[in-house]
Design a protein around this ligand. Structure first.
Ligand code: CTP
Ligand code: ZN
Length: 154
């Protein structure tokens, strides 16, 4: 029965970020720069049962994601699936891809890194592990995990 199975309403147009690792939805909002009212409907579901265990879901109406935002999501929610919804139908579905090179979207957490000096060089990292996520600064070698990444997203 619908009353017993419906947890989160379908959306008409927008994006559904599904299969977010359980507990990471608020961090996804943070890296998308969403802190308060964005002027469109946003639905958040956390700790939801799915085929492969527990997940979080974020649905944002009338919104798109650009490449930069997709890369950011991949770094903190590598299992996420992004669904584009048009007139209630899923018109595009793809899994996020963890970028091999992370350029200009995360600040190095080492204050002495050349990328944090007076004439900064654009921060650049290589991904050295995807499960769990670890990226390594090209300039100073500092390694950062997903918590560090969330705190230093640009
Ligand atoms: N969804 C939505 N509004 C719509 C269509 C879909 O919010 N109008 C959501 C669904 O609730 C689901 C996600 O978008 O969380 C993907 O939808 P769908 O592909 O229909 O679901 P599944 O087949 O279960 O997806 P997957 O195989 O990726 O788990
Ligand atoms: Zn560095």
């Amino acid at each position: 029965m619908a009353e017993q199975t419906l947890k989160v309403q379908k959306i008409k147009n927008g994006i559904v970020i599904d299969h977010i690792p359980c507990g990471m939805a608020l961090k996804v909002l943070k890296i998308l720069g969403i802190q308060g009212d964005i002027g469109s409907t946003l639905t958040l579901a956390m700790h939801v049962k799915s085929k492969n265990g527990l997940k979080d879901i974020v649905k944002i109406e009338d919104r798109n994601l650009d490449e930069r935002e997709l890369d950011k999501i991949a770094l903190i929610a590598p299992t996420a699936t992004v669904n584009v919804i048009k007139d209630y139908e899923v018109v595009r579905k793809h899994k996020v891809v963890v970028p091999k090179v992370v350029k200009g979207i995360v600040r190095c957490m080492n204050p002495r890194c050349i990328t944090n000096q007076r004439e900064p060089v654009e921060p650049e990292f290589t991904t050295i592990s995807t499960e769990p996520i670890v990226i390594k600064c090209k300039y100073c070698g500092r390694e950062m995990d997903s918590e560090d990444i969330v705190e230093n997203i640009i």
